[in-house]
Design a protein around this ligand. Structure first.
Ligand SMILES: [Zn+2]
Length: 41
């Protein structure tokens, strides 16, 4: 798992794949989220 951070609102989301849409601000696109932290699992 990795931590993904929204470039628009700063929302963070944990997941294996990069989210394509932010549930908090509704921003969508391939560059909305960037990896903030690499998980161990
Ligand atoms: Zn957002």
């Amino acid at each position: 798992m990795a931590i993904w951070k929204c470039n628009e609102c700063g929302e963070t989301k944990e997941g294996r794949c990069k989210p394509r849409k932010c549930p908090a601000c509704g921003a969508s696109g391939t560059n909305v989220f960037e990896k903030a932290e690499e998980g161990n699992k």
